[in-house]
Design a protein around this ligand. Sequence first.
Ligand code: GDP
Length: 364
Amino acid sequence: GFKCGIVGLPNVGKSTLFNALTETQAAQAANYPFCTIEPNIGNVAVPDDRLDKLAAIAGSQKIIPTQLAFVDIAGLVRGASKGEGLGNQFLGNIREVDAIVHVLRCFEDDDIQHVENKVDPVADAETVETELLLSDLESLEKRVPAFQKKATGGDKEAKAAASVLGQALDLLRAGKPARLTEPKDPEEERILRQAQLLTTKPVLYVCNVEEANAATGNAHSDAVFARAKAEGAQAVLVSAAIESELVGMEAEERMLFLEEMGLHETGLARVIRAGYELLHLLTFFTVGPKEARAWTVHAGATAPEAAGEIHSDFQKGFIRAETIAFADYVALGGEAKAREAGKLRAEGKGYVVQDGDVMHFLHS
Ligand code: GDP
């Protein structure tokens, strides 16, 4: 599955947010028996209205949303790349996630100490990013010369590695993240991916504001949004305090509470959706009278790869995929009517899955 790592300096609200994420899920877990909850990993259902619409049309008995995993990665302090605090363990944990959810303190509260003694989320973001950058820099300073040496000996793969990782190293030396590297071809792309650098991972900033600022934000969160925009990252507004109050509320109570706060949906829903976008994921559906279920694949996945999400045998023995676009399924009123209207397509091995496809796989 796909994993988002929650990072940030101490006392910014990471645990509050993570607990709200997972407790909400724990409350729902009874409905999803396969949903396991580990101490620092939470599998979170991705909210998707489309799934409910499909289930209503098909009369499905069960609704199973797709999931995203969140990992609480504690222990970042200034100097982590030098092994301060839980530095090395922390950086190792980040290496394993697909995207970084970076929580920034945007609330003022004299009772809660700030490690740098000042609320300045943009400076905090830089502190954390510097540690990631230094760690990448150290790892490439060692590796690039070795590849360069091998490349002069005529090794083709080493030549590609020296080129793409050399470019990344130049960026890092200039204080820029390795995500700005531009690989020349698919091989360079693969090498860069396999290098598992920390600064190639996509970042979502979560601005943790006080309750009164939950709908509008404040000067601190405005500064973070401006920074995110400048560097092509994403940012969302959340009040961790509100999110923890929402835990355990019934749906109706929650709606009223959110309305009072001037909010349309929970911050958690926004974080989950942004995480999904960050990872370039898309959703396809399988729908029948027994269950309506959402599945996750990376953008660009082919029909056999999608089948493989359900079962590896479906991928191996893939014959074709009967596919209905979500809009057609809903507008025409289900599978049978879509078929009559000629909107059920038979797609082969090369078909690239589109977000919202309702699929049925035929396999040997
Ligand atoms: P972590 O160290 O980043 O995991 O931070 P915690 O989630 O443990 O939060 C640190 C402290 O800040 C706790 O006492 C929280 O109750 C408090 N806190 C978290 N979010 C907010 C907030 O939005 N406003 C205020 N005033 N306090 C918060």
